[in-house]
Design a binder for this molecule. Structure first.
Ligand code: FMN
Length: 202
């Protein structure tokens, strides 16, 4: 890790800090994310956070591919191809809109689930939980550095074009793009579901 200062918090302060950090994260659409994006060191820290995700069997059932700004055209081509593959009648304006999504956030990475054979064999559902946790750790780390972030997915994730560009192996699946940048404009935070709506007692 590259943090230069150490903050000493009491147990209560630490838990209050963690809860505030976690509950104040929000999805900031890529069109609301501008430069500057995170530095290389900051990105490394975000991936260190991702690497701390729970991982049954320690198989690391996920990987990430950075898409630097000089490679965004290739991703834009994938988004355009994916749209045309599923809707041959898409207008040129729609294709342009699809392409544009590749250029918005200063930082963009593709999250990939590794769902093929592995040793020990771990259920794909559990592997997806691990990927979700890795992504969440990444997002929270970005949020702690005052960056905005979002996840974007859609049908393009299942397209042959994305498999070709990212050289996905059998069993690998593109899940979503992670976008990070400086927040231009924030929406009001959403209301989170009340605990009583999703927790019960046996
Ligand atoms: C795997 C995954 C993919 C997502 N893809 C999209 C997307 O394509 N477009 C979008 O607007 N939000 C996407 N989201 C973000 C959710 O819409 C967002 O998390 C949700 O609205 C809750 O808002 P919050 O994150 O601000 O709490 C995705 C979230 C996940 C977990």
């Amino acid at each position: 890790m590259t943090h230069t200062s150490t903050v000493h918090l009491s147990g209560n302060e630490l838990s209050a800090f963690a809860l505030t950090l976690i509950t104040s994260r929000q999805n900031i659409l890529p069109k609301r994310l501008a430069a500057p994006g995170p530095s290389e060191d900051q990105v490394r820290d975000m991936f260190c956070a991702a690497a701390a995700a729970p991982d049954h069997g320690e198989i690391r059932p996920w990987r990430f591919v950075l898409v630097p700004e000089n490679k965004r055209t290739l991703l834009a081509d994938v988004f355009a191809q994916a749209l045309i593959e599923r809707d041959a009648s898409a207008t040129s304006e729609q294709v342009e809109q699809a392409r544009e999504k590749a250029f918005r956030a200063p930082f963009l990475a593709l999250a990939i689930a590794r769902l093929g054979p592995c040793e020990p064999e771990i259920d794909p559902l559990e592997r997806m939980v691990s990927l979700g946790a890795a992504i969440q750790n990444f997002l929270l780390c970005a949020h702690s550095m005052a960056f905005g972030s979002s996840l974007t997915s859609g049908q393009a994730m299942r397209s042959p074009a994305i498999r070709r560009l990212f050289q996905l192996a059998d069993g690998e699946q593109a899940v979503c793009c992670i976008n990070v940048g400086t927040v231009i404009k924030r929406k009001p935070a959403r209301l989170h579901p009340a605990v009583s709506t999703f927790v019960s007692r046996l």
